[in-house]
Design a protein around this ligand. Structure first.
Ligand SMILES: [Zn+2]
Length: 114
């Protein structure tokens, strides 16, 4: 399962970060997840709970913030956030665009703990 290896990488990254900052216990991890990242949120949450067992992350909550798709419209010469990832058109003028600026990323952005 794709999400399991992602969860493992994420847990390793978080454990490293926690050790680095001297955290003994992590309560929550905040993750930014682009809607085009291809990661199934529920599967990631489930896998995460499994992989953190017995680590210093045990019991930590995974808090996922969805990052919407932001495209650059060549006609408007502007970036626009799409309310739905598809179709990939400028929401202002309707021009098709494939220039995705945001929405594909997965980024661990904070840890809460003691
Ligand atoms: Zn446009």
């Amino acid at each position: 399962m794709h999400e399991l290896s992602i969860a493992q990488n994420l847990a390793e990254l978080a454990i490293e970060a926690a050790k680095h900052t001297g955290m003994k216990r992590v309560h929550a991890l905040h993750l930014k997840l682009g809607v085009l990242s291809g990661v199934v949120k529920e599967a990631l949450e489930f896998s995460f709970d499994v992989v953190i067992e017995g680590t210093l992350l045990e019991g930590a909550k995974l808090i996922i913030e969805d990052i919407p798709v932001k495209v650059f419209c060549p006609a408007c010469q502007e970036a626009h956030v799409l309310s739905e990832p598809f179709p990939m058109r400028c929401p202002v003028c309707g021009t098709k665009t494939s220039q995705v600026l945001e929405g594909r990323e997965m980024e661990l952005f904070s840890l809460k703990g003691v």
